[in-house]
Design a protein around this ligand. Structure first.
Ligand SMILES: Cc1cc2nc3c(=O)[nH]c(=O)nc-3n(C[C@H](O)[C@H](O)[C@H](O)COP(=O)(O)OP(=O)(O)OC[C@H]3O[C@@H](n4cnc5c(N)ncnc54)[C@H](O)[C@@H]3O)c2cc1C
Length: 614
C-alpha cells in the first residue's frame, strides 16, 4: 500500500469507534443528560483529530490495536459487529479486553483520557480579557513570494525565539520570525480540548520511547510553550549555574552575570507572587507539619491573564516592525562552506493552501525547542553533539482525595513547592481544573471512577526529579516527527522512588484520605506507606511524564561535548545559532522559562555587540 493511502486509512475511523466512544461517555455522563448526541459527536471528532495528529510511531500501533479490538469483539460475539451489540455486551467486551493483556489496557487508557478531556473541557470563563483583535497582525502569507530575505531569521516563536526577536528588532535589526504553529487570538477563552488539538505539539500525544515511555509535552503555536504553560517563573540555583559554567566551559554564565538578565526577563513577563489558593495552602500546611522547607514561586500573570509571549513581548516587537509568519515551517537548512545559504520553508495560507519558498538571511537562529531544534539540524545534515544529550524532568503524579475541597478554580496551579529535597527532587502541584482531574481519573477507570463525583475534593500533586540520564533524538527519513528515546538510570529510579515516598508523606500530612500514584492498576494507599513498599512497585508500570525539556544541543567552549559556543553559535558554522531550551547544558531541577529568557537576552546582547563590531 502506498504511504499516502496508508495514512488515509489510518485517519479513517470505523463506525464502531463512534459506538465505543458513546459507551465510554455513558460511563461518566449523568443519566439526566437529555441530549447527549452533541457530546458524542464532539468527543468522536476530538478523538479522531487527536489520532490524526499523533506521530506515526504511535499511530500505527494504536490503529492496529483498535482493529484488533474490533476483530476480537467480532469473533467473541459470534460474528456480530461491535456497534450492533447491546451496551451491556459492549461493556463486558471492553472490560475483558482490558484485562486480557497490557496493550489492551493501554489502548483504553488513551481513549478514555481523550474522551474525558473533551467532555470535561471548560472555557476559562473567569479570564475576561480577550486579546484585542488589532493588537496583532499575524501575517498569514496571502501571496507568498518564492523568496524572502532578511538580516536575521528566527525559526520558532516560542519563549527563546520571541525573546530574541524582541531584542533584535529593538536594536533596529531587520528580523523575520516564523512559527509552524498557528497564532490563536482567543487561546484563553477556548475549551481545553480545542487547544490540545490546535496548540499542543501532536495534540499533546508525544512520548519518549523507553521502559516505561515518558509522555512529554510542548507547545506548537506562536508563543510556543508560554501559551500552554503555567507561567511559573524561577531562576536556576546559583551553585548549579556556577558548576555548569565550569563543567562545560561556558563564558559569562555564572550566577552573578545572569542575575541581571533574570531580573529583566521577570519584569518582561510581569512575574509576581500570587495570592495563595486552597491547592497551594494544602501543600504549605503539609510542609509546615513535616518541618520541610518550601516556598511560593512567582508566576507570570497580571490581572488574572497569563503573561505569555503573545501577551507581552510579541505585540511590542510587532509594533517595532518585526515580521511574523504563522503556520510557516522551516523544512531544511541549506549549507555551504560552513554557512547557511538559505532556508527552505513551507507556509499554509488562510485558505489552507501550502506554499513552499526560500528564505535568505545573513544569520539564522533556530529556536524550535529542545526536540525540534535538533531534529531540524539533523535533518539538514548537522550532527556533531546534536540530539544526543536530551534531558527532562521525569515526573510522577498522584491523584489524591482529601477530606476538604482543594481544587476550586477553573485552571488553578499551585504556586507553592516543597524545596527541601531540591535540586534532586521537587514536590509540587499540577493543574487542578476539572479537565485535568478527570484525565487523572481516566488513567485507571476501574480503580478511580468513584472519585468522579468528588472532583472538588481531589488534587493532583507531583514529585519531579532532576535526572542524570540522557535521551536521544533521531531523524528517520520519511517521518515528519523525530524518534525520541529516554532510558532512566538506576540512580534516577532511586530518586523517583524517594520522590514518591516524600510525595505520599506530604499528601497524608496535608489531610489526604487516599493517595493513588500514577502507577498502572494501583488501588491507592489509605495511610502512609514505607519506602520499602514503594520500591516493590514495578518500574514499567509507572506512568511518567515531563513538561520540561533541555540540553539536546548543549552550549560551552568544550567542543568535545558541546554543540554551540557560550553564546549559542554552532561550533564550526559562521552564521548559525541556537537559542532555546536545547542549549541549557543539563536539566536544572527548576522551571526553565526564566533561564531560557535570561539566556536569550544575554545571547541577543552578545550577537548585537559582535555584529556591530565586525
Ligand atoms: C504544560 C506545560 C507547562 C509548563 N509549565 C511551565 C512553567 O510553569 N514554568 C516554566 O518555566 N516552564 C514551563 N513549561 C516549560 C516551558 O514552557 C518550555 O520550557 C519553554 O516553552 C521552552 O521554550 P523554547 O523556546 O525552548 O521552545 P518553545 O517555547 O516550545 O518554542 C518552540 C517553537 O518552535 C516552533 N517550531 C518548531 N519547529 C519549527 C519549525 N521547523 N519551523 C517553524 N517553527 C517551528 C514551535 O511551533 C514552537 O512554537 C511548561 C511546559 C508545558 C508543555
Amino acid at each position: 500500500m502506498a504511504p499516502r493511502q496508508f495514512r488515509r486509512k489510518l485517519n479513517k475511523m470505523p463506525k464502531n469507534l463512534y459506538k465505543l466512544i458513546e459507551l465510554l461517555l455513558s460511563e461518566i455522563m449523568p443519566p439526566s443528560n437529555q441530549s447527549p448526541t452533541s457530546a458524542y459527536d464532539k468527543c468522536y471528532y476530538f478523538v479522531k483529530t487527536e489520532f490524526s495528529l499523533m506521530p506515526l510511531f504511535y499511530r500505527i500501533p494504536i490503529y492496529i490495536l483498535i482493529q484488533l479490538f474490533f476483530f476480537y469483539c467480532f469473533i467473541v460475539s459470534g460474528c456480530s459487529s461491535f456497534n450492533s451489540l447491546t451496551q451491556a455486551k459492549q461493556k463486558k467486551l471492553v472490560t475483558r479486553w482490558e484485562k486480557l493483556w497490557h496493550p489492551g489496557y493501554i489502548l483504553f487508557r488513551l481513549i478514555r483520557n481523550l474522551v474525558y478531556l473533551c467532555y470535561f473541557s471548560q472555557s476559562a470563563t473567569e479570564i475576561k480579557k480577550a486579546r484585542s483583535e488589532d493588537s496583532f497582525q499575524a501575517s498569514y502569507c496571502l501571496t507568498m513570494p518564492s523568496m524572502l530575505s532578511c538580516d536575521v531569521l528566527v525559526i520558532g516563536a516560542g519563549v527563546g525565539g520571541t525573546t530574541l526577536a524582541h531584542e533584535l528588532i529593538s536594536a533596529g535589526i531587520d528580523t523575520l520570525l516564523i512559527d509552524e504553529g498557528p497564532f490563536i487570538k482567543d487561546i484563553y477563552q477556548r475549551p481545553a480540548f480545542q487547544n490540545f488539538s490546535d496548540v499542543w505539539r501532536c495534540g499533546g500525544l508525544t512520548a519518549a520511547f523507553g521502559k516505561p515511555p515518558i509522555a512529554y509535552a510542548e507547545g506548537s503555536c506562536v508563543g510556543g510553550g508560554s501559551e500552554i504553560n503555567s507561567g511559573i517563573f524561577q531562576s536556576a540555583p546559583a551553585e548549579l549555574l556556577n558548576e555548569l559554567a565550569k563543567k562545560y566551559s561556558i563564558e559569562e554564565f555564572n550566577s552573578v552575570t545572569l542575575q541581571a538578565y533574570y531580573e529583566k526577563a521577570e519584569a518582561m513577563v510581569n512575574a509576581q507572587y500570587l495570592e495563595p489558593k486552597l491547592d497551594s495552602l494544602t501543600l504549605e500546611q503539609a510542609a509546615h507539619q513535616l518541618n520541610w522547607k518550601g516556598t511560593y514561586l512567582k508566576v507570570a500573570q497580571k490581572n488574572k491573564v497569563k503573561q505569555s509571549m503573545c501577551e507581552t513581548l510579541l505585540p511590542a516587537a510587532l509594533d517595532k516592525g518585526l515580521r511574523l509568519i504563522a503556520q510557516c515551517k522551516a523544512k531544511k537548512l541549506i549549507l555551504k562552506n560552513g554557512q547557511v545559504t538559505e532556508v527552505r520553508a513551507i507556509a499554509t495560507d488562510h485558505t489552507g493552501q501550502k506554499h513552499t519558498f526560500r528564505i535568505k538571511a545573513k544569520s539564522v537562529f533556530v529556536c524550535s525547542g529542545a526536540i525540534y531544534t535538533p531534529y531540524l539540524l539533523l535533518k539538514s545534515g548537522i550532527k556533531k553533539n546534536i540530539g544526543r544529550s536530551l534531558q527532562m524532568h521525569p515526573t510522577l503524579k498522584t491523584l489524591c482525595h482529601f477530606k476538604n475541597p482543594v481544587s476550586q478554580e477553573a485552571s488553578s496551579v499551585p504556586s507553592y513547592a516543597i524545596t527541601e529535597f531540591m535540586p534532586e527532587i521537587r514536590i509540587g502541584g499540577s493543574v487542578m481544573s476539572p479537565t485535568f482531574i478527570a484525565m487523572s481519573i481516566a488513567e485507571d477507570w476501574k480503580n478511580r471512577h468513584e472519585l468522579l463525583n468528588k472532583m472538588n475534593y481531589c488534587g493532583v500533586y507531583y514529585a519531579m526529579i532532576k535526572p542524570e540520564s540522557m535521551g536521544k533524538i533521531r531523524y528517520i527519513p520519511g517521518c515528519k516527527d523525530p524518534l525520541v528515546t529516554y532510558k532512566l538510570s538506576g540512580t534516577d529510579w532511586a530518586q523517583l522512588f524517594k520522590g514518591l515516598d516524600y510525595l505520599q508523606q506530604t499528601m497524608f500530612a496535608a489531610g489526604a484520605t487516599q493517595v493513588i500514584p500514577s502507577v498502572e492498576n494501583h488501588k491507592g494507599w489509605y495511610e502512609k506507606t514505607s519506602l520499602d513498599t514503594i520500591k516493590t512497585l514495578k518500574q514499567n508500570t509507572f506512568n511518567l511524564m515531563s513538561i520540561h525539556l533541555f540540553a539536546s544541543c548543549p552550549m560551552g567552549e568544550d567542543k568535545a561535548q558541546c554543540a554551540v559556543n557560550s553564546f549559542g553559535k554552532l561550533h564550526d558554522y559562521q552564521n548559525l545559532y541556537i537559542n532555546d531550551a536545547s542549549i541549557i547544558p543539563e536539566a536544572l531541577g527548576t522551571n526553565p522559562q526564566g533561564t531560557i529568557m535570561a539566556l536569550a537576552l544575554r545571547n541577543a546582547e552578545h550577537f548585537i555587540k559582535t555584529r556591530s563590531s565586525e
